[in-house]
Design a protein around this ligand. Structure first.
Ligand code: ADP
Ligand code: MG
Length: 249
């Protein structure tokens, strides 16, 4: 199944025949997909279906074996390592299941770290907005270890937002959180899209988490096998179950 989107200003991220091979494993098999600006997409599928590989190659964290990934008009495959690192720091945000905060730094220092690394001038007004939006105003001088899992993930989201990136990739951001805390984090990602027009692409196993998205892409064996616009949690769960039945046969 192909969900190719024509290049356009309305597309934040686009991948063309994106393929990643590890030894004898084809983790991603000629995937075509586009992600509209200001949209929230959930990427689902069985373990090992290529979800993380899609995020990492689309985000320039990993190079594809063939095919191309575009951020806006920029073809990542044409960039040197240095330029790619620069682009990642300035134009892309990441949120991982394990938070990946720096334990020795305060909340505030963690949030501005990508800005420091990219050498960009901090936009103070935006940082204030971000800190307020994630509800961390009274925790700025705490260290990550003094925070709950949900708070730590909110710091990671604030950090991902600090450079005002065009797109935020999240790989199972709620995988380590209880359902109440997860709901908080998902509402925050939803608000980032609705209030600030950013683009979010989120891998998740949880149909309820996926129901916060505008669209659900389903991967199996490195290919897109489903593209559901605004499905509810029930339809998502049914779709995944039918996939299980097909692969079990
Ligand atoms: P998912 O995130 O959907 O669980 P991944 O993208 O992590 O799937 O992995 C897809 C396939 O690629 C799996 O078979 C996995 O074992 C393989 N794979 C992923 N990363 C590597 C790697 N660095 N080295 C070798 N195989 C890998
Ligand atoms: Mg994964």
């Amino acid at each position: 199944m192909s969900v190719y989107t024509e290049p356009s200003l309305a597309t934040a991220v686009r991948v063309e025949k994106l393929t990643r091979v590890y030894g004898s494993v084809t983790a991603l098999d000629a995937v075509d997909a586009g992600f509209g600006r200001g949209t929230f997409t959930a990427v689902m599928g069985p373990s090992g279906s290529g979800k993380s590989t899609l995020l990492q190659t689309a985000a320039g964290l990993d190079r594809p074996s063939s095919g191309r990934a575009f951020l806006g008009d920029t073809d990542l495959s044409r960039l040197s390592e240095t330029r790619l690192t620069e682009l990642r720091r300035r134009r892309i945000g990441f949120v991982f299941q394990a938070f990946n905060l720096v334990g020795a730094l305060t909340v505030e220092e963690n949030i501005v770290l990508p800005l420091r690394l990219s050498g960009a001038r901090p936009d103070r007004a935006w940082l204030t907005t971000v800190v307020e939006r994630v509800g961390l105003g009274d925790r700025l001088h705490h260290r990550p270890a003094q925070l709950s899992g949900g708070q730590q993930q909110r710091v990671a989201i604030a950090r991902a937002l600090a450079t005002r990136p065009e797109v935020i990739f999240c790989d199972e951001p709620t995988g380590a959180l209880d359902s109440r805390t997860a709901a908080d984090v998902l509402a925050l990602l939803r608000a980032v899209v609705d209030e600030h027009g950013q683009t979010v692409v989120m891998v998740t196993h949880d149909p309820i988490a996926a129901s916060y998205a505008d669209r659900v892409l389903i991967l199996a064996d490195g290919r897109i096998v489903g593209d559901l616009p605004q499905p509810g949690a029930v339809r998502i769960a049914e779709h995944l179950a039918s996939l299980d039945r097909r692969t079990a046969r």
